[in-house]
Design a binder for this molecule. Structure first.
Ligand SMILES: Nc1ncnc2c1ncn2[C@@H]1O[C@H](COP(=O)(O)OP(=O)(O)O)[C@@H](O)[C@H]1O
Ligand SMILES: [Mg+2]
Length: 272
């Protein structure tokens, strides 16, 4: 009886405190420099990202945002602290992590559909199911009619949609996105943000979304983490209590949206 109770207590505890998808524990990163002390880029960042949570990271340019993503996907070894993905210390790139950068990394010699299929192949979708998966993503990302187009024939926004399709086809449980819409014009950027939210609401994955755009961070995320200038520390963290699905126009006139963006503006000490 006592044993059963203990087991139940443990279960309850696990249910209340689920393991975070990703955890940074007092992460420090510095780069050696010849004839100079090491360049300290990240200084003691601790951050948990829950299952299905959308976390945005904002911070000034050069503050170490991309560096942190590289540490999370195992491309860079931290000089101190730890990165855990699904409870395991990251040594090599963890297979459950996928990433997307500002510049698309599409294969120029493959069509739209073939580029998305690369994600399905790498993600281990059985060959017989890949075509259906690709077709579903083409539809989801409104790329119908462009299945056989080459990347160079597409606009920047469409290329990023294909990149997103490839990322989703890979089915990562944690998506790292480094200013993915940063090179797009304003309208396309808003449209892509909404597209991402639509997809994320349909198939909840954990996302760490890096941007220098405060409004974009608040518009998309469940939580916004504000980094200081280099070396990166966490200056502030905000839960975003705006209703979902998010509607850009209504949101921009919501006082909660304005308050949050103003607060982050002050944290970053941007001019009045
Ligand atoms: N491999 C590296 N070697 C030396 N310095 C680096 C390396 N990677 C990044 N840095 C430096 O770390 C700082 C933070 O870079 P980064 O993470 O790209 O900033 P952010 O993405 O916030 O704009 C910059 O000063 C950059 O020059
Ligand atoms: Mg960067």
């Amino acid at each position: 009886m006592a044993l059963t109770n203990l087991a139940l207590t443990n279960l309850a505890l696990t249910a209340e405190t689920p393991r975070p998808r990703a955890a940074l524990k007092d992460l420090c990163i510095s780069f050696p420099r010849p004839d100079l002390p090491p360049l300290e880029v990240v200084s003691g960042i601790s951050l948990d990202v829950a299952e299905g949570e959308f976390v945005a990271v904002v911070g000034p340019s050069g503050s170490g945002k991309s560096t942190i993503l590289r540490a999370i996907c195992g491309l860079l070894k931290p000089s101190g602290g730890q990165v855990l993905v699904d409870g395991k210390a990251v040594a090599a790139p963890p297979p459950q992590v996928g990433f997307m950068f500002q510049k698309d990394a599409l294969l120029p010699w493959r069509t739209v559909a073939e580029n998305i299929r690369v994600g399905a192949e790498l993600g281990g979708t059985p060959a017989a199911e890949q075509a259906a998966q690709v077709a579903r993503l083409i539809k989801l990302l409104r790329l119908e009619g462009f299945e056989n187009a080459w990347p160079k024939q597409l606009s920047g926004g469409m290329r990023q949609r294909v990149s997103l399709g490839r990322l989703l086809a890979y089915r990562p449980s944690l998506m790292l996105m480094d200013e993915p819409f940063g090179a797009l014009d304003y309208q396309t950027k808003i449209a892509m943000g909404l597209e991402l939210l639509r997809v994320w609401e349909a198939e909840r994955r954990s996302i760490i979304f890096v941007t220098h755009d405060i409004e974009e961070a608040v518009a998309l995320a469940d939580r916004v983490v504000v980094f200081s200038a280099r070396p990166a520390r966490i200056l502030a963290e905000y839960k975003v209590h705006l209703p979902r699905p998010r509607h850009m126009r209504a949101m921009r006139s919501d006082p909660a949206f304005t308050e949050l963006t103003e607060a982050i503006w002050s944290d970053l000490a941007l001019p009045d």
